[in-house]
Design a protein around this ligand. Sequence first.
Ligand SMILES: [Zn+2]
Length: 408
Amino acid sequence: MFKWVSLFIIIKKIIVLAITITTALLSPLYPKTKIRPNPWHIRVLLDEGTTKKQKTFDLSCPHGFFLLKNPVSKKKTHLKTKKLRVYISSKGISLKKEGAIFKNGSFKRLSIAPAKGYLSTNDQCYDGTLMFDITKNKSFQVINWVDLEDYIYSVLRYEVYQSWPIDMHKVQAIASRTYASRCMKEARQTGKSYDIKNNNFHQVYNGTHEYLHLKKAIKETYNTILSYEGGPALTMFDACCGGCIPGKMGYFDFKKTPYLARKYPCRYCKNYSLYRWEKKYDFDELANLLRSSPRTSAIAKTAGRLKNIKAKEIDGSGIPHKIVLYGRKKTVEIKGSDFFEVVRKKAKSRSFSIAKKGWNIILSGRGFGHLVGMCQRGARELVKRGWNVKKILSFYYPGTKLGRLTNL
Ligand SMILES: [Zn+2]
């Protein structure tokens, strides 16, 4: 009887395993293949600083590491250690294997790759190679050389909610790949040591992740970019446009990027909480901020005690270009961009009106971000409404063409 029960359990386990494997292989969400390598690598700046203070990086990889002279060199030394510590100081780059110093302060530049899979440092896992480099001015840089497709796969995790529809990930993959390619092109032209930063100065990148279903978006948009006049377009994007028309912005020069000067509104983002927003400042608090901020301090002090603040020269996208400060001594004007720097901790975009209500100043604004290019909340809504990827991209970047990245 016991034997029959055991046999039944084993057969049941085999059937469950077979179903799981078949489902995984057939499911369009989990492509069985790895991401196809792209001919292009991107160089992502992960960290930089001075060598005056010693800096330490702990690396781990269960399969060991390869040491390389540079990220593309074929000659590599296999280190059979699961953990490696990199020290950077004014003396150079040192390496410590588990238990002992391996190389002491002998490198000015060093590249480390996982022997297999990815390596992790500071709780982040990275594909590709990490290059540690001591630069001329007693400073260092850590640059991740990574396949462009692996990079985009990572960016999707941080620039779009992983639960959003797959077509939205495809839209974002093309926008992000195009943006990255543009940065690569500019870096090569100017001789920069890296192509792109890993934060929202460019695009957020924190290494690879486990949301495997996003690979489908990479696979189906492989090496696809939006081009304009033969090169990658500047595909800026932000969270929510607030219905602002970028083509009516007074401060942005669209001459080289006419596809960013969209002349019609996107209102598909209007259900998002930051489509319209309101932020309140205590009047005295804002007056103090204006008097203490480096950009506005001198001129705000000449006005004397402030009585009121008003917006002026408001462009077609709702952005004020001048702010008038009414003081007891005199009335002065400051640049809208300088005022925005003072309030940017609260203001979600540069498109806002200003009203004094009692002892408060109320900023009533539109959208979240720089308001140029693709509106992610709007694009997501368009996916829901059944628009295809191409139509959504041409709505936000009119005049660009879908194509492959073939040269930089
Ligand atoms: Zn929008």
